[in-house]
Design a protein around this ligand. Structure first.
Ligand code: S3P
Length: 173
């Protein structure tokens, strides 16, 4: 009997650990890991900073929605979404298709900031006061993550525990 195993989608702010947790969850559940940002880069033939610099954020968001639609039509994936995927309802609708389990990772923004402050590949944090920008974006998006049905606190305990908590939300064997 071949059984379809729906996707598991991880949403959350920059630095919350979507990729690290996602890889662990994929291993734990025997699903394939996909990082949305890498898919966008593949499709665009350019790295994210370059997409923002040459085509602008709105072109990036359009690519992001295309990739959300494509991945939402597949099965058996653990998808680490980019931090801004939550901004468009159409992305959430696409990624929730086919019985996918959507999980929001939340946590302490100070911990997340420490994780990303030295990164050079996040164009939203390359301006004059990146910390203020980070905190403002976090405050703006936090209510959107909080509105998701499944939420897991991801910055106050070891990754292995977060992986277990996320995997426990996946009801398909
Ligand atoms: C973004 C988050 C990034 C990346 C892009 C925009 C955002 O992904 O998609 O830089 O709007 O929060 P991560 O959440 O993986 O850093």
């Amino acid at each position: 009997m071949s059984e379809i195993r729906p996707n598991l989608v991880l949403l959350g702010f920059m630095g919350v650990g979507k990729s690290t947790v996602g890889r662990g969850v994929a291993r734990r559940l025997g699903l394939r890991f996909v990082d949305m940002d890498r898919e966008i880069e593949r499709k665009a033939g350019a790295r994210i900073p370059e997409i923002f610099a040459t085509r602008g954020e709105s072109a990036f968001r359009a690519l992001e929605s295309e990739v959300a639609a494509e991945l939402g039509g597949r099965d058996g994936l653990v998808i680490a979404a980019g931090g801004g995927v939550i901004l468009r309802q159409e992305n959430l609708d696409a990624l929730s298709a086919r019985g996918a389990v959507v999980v929001g990772l939340t946590g302490d923004p100070e911990v997340m900031w420490e994780r990303v402050r030295r990164s050079t590949h996040r164009p939203l944090l390359q301006g004059p006061d990146p910390r203020a920008r980070f905190m403002a974006l976090h405050a703006e998006r936090e209510p959107l993550y909080q509105a998701l049905r499944h939420r897991i606190e991801a910055t106050s305990r070891p990754t292995a525990e977060v992986v277990e908590a996320v995997a426990a939300l996946y009801p398909y064997t």
